[in-house]
Ligand binder design. Structure first.
Ligand code: TC6
Length: 731
């Protein structure tokens, strides 16, 4: 015997192989999850020990199962009671071995998986493998020695980049950085065995990373100060990236064993934190939304998607252009239709330059020839799926859908990118309403990661499955939602922005509201975000809903609609032609139209004072807590209504929508998870309090699902579906 192989049995097996494990494996697979991971570690410890004590074994290769080296620790195992041998001594024992241990890396070596590989003396990777320390994205740091070994191996700046971002690198980049010793296109395990035999008997003194001195960059203090400042700014209150910098600093300034102690201390502050729970919740929520289900019972596991190789985009405004870019980047053939010649030319130029910029960044050729442009809708005759992205006007959209029904081949899935119109009304105008679904992209569509896939009562599961599959292929977090005004994301935005306008009436400024929201962790406060998106969009929606009617500016009726409180503040701002960044003024002022730096605007402050005086409102002092409670709890309350109405299937769907599409801080897990962390009873009590103070604001009236959850003992978020199911079965 020469080299012996030790297999790391990964918990992330591809779905189909889960069903195909053999009899020998059955016993271990039927164990509870936490025991399985402990058994994996025990297996490595035992096998490595046996191999090392067997004089016939010259070297050891550690490899994974099913083409995956190891995706890291099982997140579900994290908790107060962790059984089995701990990771750190296991990795130390491997590193201390007196026979060469080689990691054969196929698929992924992530987190604890890469830490294990860093404990080996050599690393051989397949060219398609991905490596990384993504712990930071789970609210943690690489605490099995990873934060101490990686800087010793690849230097402080590169290690800081990988550890603070959690990004995965390709095998080629890993080789360039010095993380792996060899990359192969062939069978990795065979290559590793060959390599292990070739180095058998050689000295391992220079192969134990923990014994390396950490390379000292010049201006160490200045480097860490700069990185810390950058990280704090982008972390928006997240603790893990800051702790990652501190851990790498320990590697650079302390001996290995002391650095390891620091790593442990820092990990202890993160491990049980609410932020780590929130980030790990979002990790699973992101995967849970793929297991969608419609009220009919049809869902991801029973519905087959239609293959989509060629798609069309109708209407090449900003959204249409972004969707065209996203489809072409996904590798699809795209037919891009715009009836106005001038707009078609403008769009073609914009799409081409976006594709060229993106391709340059990735070092590939721009997929320009995948797109054909036309003014004639007949050009969509042979496509598999159409995305309509014309102006938000029901008459115009209905006309387009009627044309599409006449032109498209049978079975073509017809999608609308509406964000505000009734998708079902649109479907009713086509001979095949079962083929109609909403694909609600977020601007810019080639950048934003969220997609709401909207079904109406007549949408077929196959059409939903097709849109979901396309969203997945485009790399979007795709969430199936029911049809209602604003769907999920924009519907919840209504109470949120309404409260912000009321707060302005009561004495707040846009700066105060935005500061509170940004300190909470939003990438942008509501007012800065509205200036960026354009205030005219919401104005148009309010006008079409009959809300933004010109009224007697100072009369009582100016602030009442349908018997309830209404703030016309945003409408008055729009009447002044202040549409945000694009016009150079909105809630803030900008140096010039299109400029991005928001400045406080004295005009707006005196406008607010005059407005309050005209309406007999007395400004009072408003603190950050009130801003957060009123804006966020009103939004969360609407989230409960959405669950009650069955528009979203579970809290995970809402949370993924908010984290991926609305700048909700990921380390707070989404609005519904946040409510569970605050405590449902507290959210209910504060809503009751505010509703009592503002009985004319229906959004503040606590939703009955929230009351029901509190009455049933405020179950944790993953158990809400049971309560919702019971509620629906009683309706
Ligand atoms: C002291 C401790 C130090 C160590 C810390 C760590 O290692 S921290 C960890 C550091 N590691 C990471 O952060 C790696 C996180 N994982 C990934 O990045 C990707 O899963 C992947 C690249 C490994 C595979 O991508 P892919 O598109 O091929 O597959 P997919 O993503 O769809 O997943 C398939 C199934 O596996 C599940 N599952 C996955 N990972 C974990 C996990 N760690 N745990 C539990 N479960 C996990 C996933 O939920 C899904 O289950 P479902 O829904 O079918 O029931």
């Amino acid at each position: 015997m020469g080299a012996v192989m030790v297999r790391v049995e990964s918990h992330q097996r591809p779905v189909e192989t889960r069903k195909r494990y053999n009899e020998e494996d059955r016993e271990s697979h039927e164990r509870p999850q936490e025991e399985r991971s402990a058994a994996v570690r025990q297996g490595i410890v035992d096998k490595v020990e046996t191999a090392l004590s067997d004089p016939k074994v010259k070297s050891v290769v550690i490899c994974g199962q099913n083409g995956i080296f190891c995706g890291g620790a099982d997140i579900k195992e994290f908790g107060p009671k962790m059984s089995g041998p701990p990771l750190i001594p296991m990795i130390h024992a491997i590193e201390a071995a007196n026979k060469p241990v080689v990691a054969a890396i196929e698929g992924s070596a992530l987190g604890g998986g890469l830490e294990l590989a860093l404990g080996c003396h050599y690393r051989i990777a397949h060219s398609k493998a991905r490596l990384g320390l993504p712990e930071v994205t789970l609210g943690l740091l690489p605490a099995a020695g990873g934060s101490q070994r990686l800087p010793r191996l690849i230097g402080v700046p590169a290690a800081l980049d990988l550890i603070t971002t959690g990004r995965h690198v390709t095998a080629a980049e890993a080789l360039q950085l010095g993380i792996v010793d060899q990359v192969t296109d062939n069978n990795t395990v065979d290559a590793a065995v060959k390599f292990a035999l070739s180095v058998a008997g050689q000295s391992l003194d220079a192969r134990r990373i923990s014994t390396y001195p950490c390379p000292q960059p010049s201006h160490l203090d200045a480097l860490f100060e700069e990185v810390m400042q950058k990280v704090r700014q982008s972390a928006r209150g997240a603790m893990a990236p800051v702790a990652c910098v501190q851990a790498v600093r320990a590697a650079a300034t302390l001996p290995y064993t002391q650095g390891l102690e620091r790593e442990k201390e820092l990990m202890a502050t993160l491990f049980t934190s609410g932020q780590a729970r929130a980030l790990q919740y979002i990790f699973f929520a992101q995967r849970a939304v793929g297991r969608w289900r419609m009220p009919s019972g049809a869902g991801w596991d029973t519905s087959k998607h239609r293959p989509v190789n060629k798609a069309a985009v109708i209407g090449l405004g900003t959204m249409g252009q972004g969707i065209t870019v996203a489809l072409a980047q996904t590798g699809l053939s795209v037919v891009a239709i715009e009836t106005q010649e001038k707009q078609l030319m403008k769009a073609k130029q914009a799409v081409s330059s976006t594709l060229e910029r993106g391709a340059k960044r990735r070092g590939v050729a721009p997929p320009l020839d995948r797109i054909s442009y036309s003014q004639n809708i007949q050009a969509v005759a042979d496509v598999d799926l159409v995305i309509e992205a014309v102006f938000e006007d029901m008459g115009l959209k209905m006309e387009v859908f009627q044309q599409l029904s006449a032109v498209c081949k049978p079975g073509t899935v017809l999608c609308t990118n509406t964000s505000a119109l009734d998708m079902d009304q649109l479907a009713s105008e086509t001979p095949n309403p079962e083929l109609v679904v909403g694909m609600h992209f977020f601007s810019p569509a080639h950048v934003m990661k969220l997609l709401e896939v909207v079904y109406g009562p007549r949408s077929s599961p196959q059409a939903v499955a097709t849109a979901m599959q396309l969203g997945k292929k485009m790399g979007k977090a795709s969430v199936v939602v029911g049809n209602c005004r604003g769907f999920v994301g924009n519907r919840m935005l209504m109470p949120y922005s309404e409260q912000a306008f009321f707060l302005l009436e009561e004495g707040a400024t846009p700066e105060l509201v935005d500061r509170a929201l940004e300190e909470f962790g939003f990438s942008m406060g509501l007012f800065r975000m509205s200036d960026l998106a354009g205030l005219d969009v919401g104005w148009r929606v309010r006008k079409s809903a009959g809300l933004a009617e010109p009224r007697e500016a100072s009369g009582q009726s100016a602030r009442i609609r349908k018997g309830y409180r209404y703030s016309p503040i945003a409408d008055l701002i729009c009447e002044q032609g202040r549409f945000g960044q694009k016009t150079g003024s909105g809630w803030y002022q900008y140096d010039k139209p299109g400029s991005r730096v928001a400045r406080s605007d004295p005009w707006l402050h005196s406008f607010l004072e005059q407005y309050r005086a005209r309406h007999g409102l007395v400004a009072r002092s408003i603190d950050h807590q009130e801003v957060l409670e009123r804006c966020l709890y009103a939004m969360i309350n609407e989230g409960f209504r959405i669950l009650e109405d069955g528009i979203a299937a579970g809290p995970e769907d809402i949370d993924v929508i908010y984290v991926f599409g609305y700048g909700w801080p990921r380390h707070r897990g989404g609005p519904m998870f946040y409510a569970s962390m605050v405590g449902l009873a507290k959210v209910l009590e504060r809503l009751e309090h505010y509703h009592q103070a503002h009985p004319d604001v229906p959004y503040l009236q606590p939703c009955s699902l929230l009351k029901r959850l509190v009455a049933s003992g405020s179950p944790p978020v993953h158990r809400w579906r049971e309560v919702i199911k019971k509620l629906h079965s009683q309706l």
